[in-house]
Design a protein around this ligand. Structure first.
Ligand code: CO
Length: 137
């Protein structure tokens, strides 16, 4: 697979309303989008840092995986997302052939209309890893 850059870092927060002022008022970043991703039971807020984004993730339900993450480990960095130049489907096939455990067997739609898939932390040195591609590029 061909990784071009870190697409975003996913950061679990209890409340976007409480977290956004830190990123805007202290770090001077600008939240350019807030989006609910219903099937992941999260509300997301995005900031650009150069080519990379920060994706704040607020759970919208107690059975959201983000709610469970915060309960177990507290707020903090949740996942690392790479931009894949040559397609997420190709990358999944390639790493599966190398024995990597997949959370998503096929790409699905994530926030911002990206095609995304997650690799299992058991196979990624414990860093929940997301592969992304922009279908409009
Ligand atoms: Co993400």
């Amino acid at each position: 697979m061909n990784i071009s850059h870190i697409e975003h870092l996913g950061i679990a927060v209890k409340s976007l309303d409480e977290a956004i002022p830190y990123y805007e008022n202290i770090l001077g970043l600008k939240c350019y989008s807030i989006e609910e991703v219903a099937d992941q039971k999260v509300r997301t807020a995005f900031f650009k840092v150069g080519q990379t984004k920060l994706e704040l993730l607020e759970p919208t339900s107690e059975d959201s995986t983000i709610a469970k993450f915060i309960e177990k480990r507290g707020e903090g960095i949740h996942h690392l997302a790479f931009a894949i130049e040559d397609g997420v489907a190709n990358a999944l096939a390639e790493v599966e052939a190398k024995g990597v455990r997949l959370i998503d067997k096929a790409p699905r739609k994530g926030a911002e209309g990206l095609n995304i898939a997650f690799l299992h932390p058991k196979s990624t040195c414990s860093v929940l890893t997301e592969l992304c591609e922009d279908p409009n590029k």
